[in-house]
Design a protein around this ligand. Sequence first.
Ligand SMILES: NC(=O)c1ccc[n+]([C@@H]2O[C@H](COP(=O)([O-])OP(=O)(O)OC[C@H]3O[C@@H](n4cnc5c(N)ncnc54)[C@H](O)[C@@H]3O)[C@@H](O)[C@H]2O)c1
Length: 348
Amino acid sequence: MSTPRIVRAAIVGCGSYGAEHAKFLSAYPGVKLVAVADIAAARAEEFKQKYGAGYATGDVAKIWADPDIDAVWICTQHHTHAPLAEAAAAAGKNFFLEKPLALTLADCNRIVAAVEKAGVIASSGFKLRFFPAVVAAKAFLPKPTLTMAQVIDDHWPSDFWANDPIQGGGNVLSQGCHMVDTVLHLHPTPPVRVYAAGGNRHHPTRDIVDTASITLTFADGAVATVAVGDCGVPPHSSKFALQQSDGAKSFSLFNRLNSLMTREDKKITEHPAHPEEGAAVIDAPFITAVAEGRPAPVSVQSARRTSAVVLAAIESIKSGQAVDLTAAPWAAAMKCPYSPLPWSVVSE
Ligand SMILES: NC(=O)c1ccc[n+]([C@@H]2O[C@H](COP(=O)([O-])OP(=O)(O)OC[C@H]3O[C@@H](n4cnc5c(N)ncnc54)[C@H](O)[C@@H]3O)[C@@H](O)[C@H]2O)c1
């Protein structure tokens, strides 16, 4: 393998998760942090000082116009994802867009169309796929029959932007997407049906869904249930947990998906826990993809599929009916390049 070239990076959105990426990008040998931008210019300036970026700006258009930038990390509120991704693609910039892809199917479609037209390398922030224990679990049990998964957090303040219906979409769209994405990733065939119950249990001043019990059926007949809420982290299984069985084998992922226990022939094996790596686990494969001109580690098509399934679950909660994912408008979003293992594992 040839030595990868240096990726010249910029960050748009200098907030809390932008800082996670900045910490990694400022220290990673394959990257030069050229610029940081935020509509709040003072925040960009703070990032420049703290992470040693080349320059800071409050004018995001400067990033799109800068020929010395190869890839842009977009770490902003969800309603800005589609316009920023479109601008990045139109400028020919590769980009890493934080999760969820967007809050509506129309916005997801805009992002996918812009990426396909421009031919840029574009990834989304579904980092759980790359956790070493999740990679090991997928290899151990490639064809699950039954999945039980959860993302159950402590209470999110009602005035948190992620609970704003326009900016964030609420807990189920904003955070539930992480676990729905992981479940879709761990099943080898596409989802065909979703039924969900739930609603708004804790945030009466917000028009959002904060609690959901989502049931998915896959094309091969497998089923999954995903619980999402901000009603209190379960003490034993932790915020993120997932278990699967296939009739012969089973596993439990717990400790925020950093720990794995497997069971085969009634023998239980507890594997060593992995330390949580933060943004590095997804940034490193994206940087390699850009440096080597390879496909993105998390395709925007697969991130659209994840958002579409969560949106269909919310539709099901509101209508009380199951949603057929093989029918319009969902069917087109269920089609995406399928990667049997995380990109970093299949690359040579
Ligand atoms: N992958 C993960 O585990 C994870 C964890 C937390 C947050 N996130 C995601 O990261 C993204 C950012 O979340 P956050 O918690 O850092 O938010 P934040 O509010 O802390 O930061 C967002 C920043 O974006 C800036 N901004 C908003 N619109 C802009 C625009 N049009 N141009 C430039 N800057 C703009 C804001 O001024 C703010 O500084 C979201 O998509 C969120 O879901 C991902």
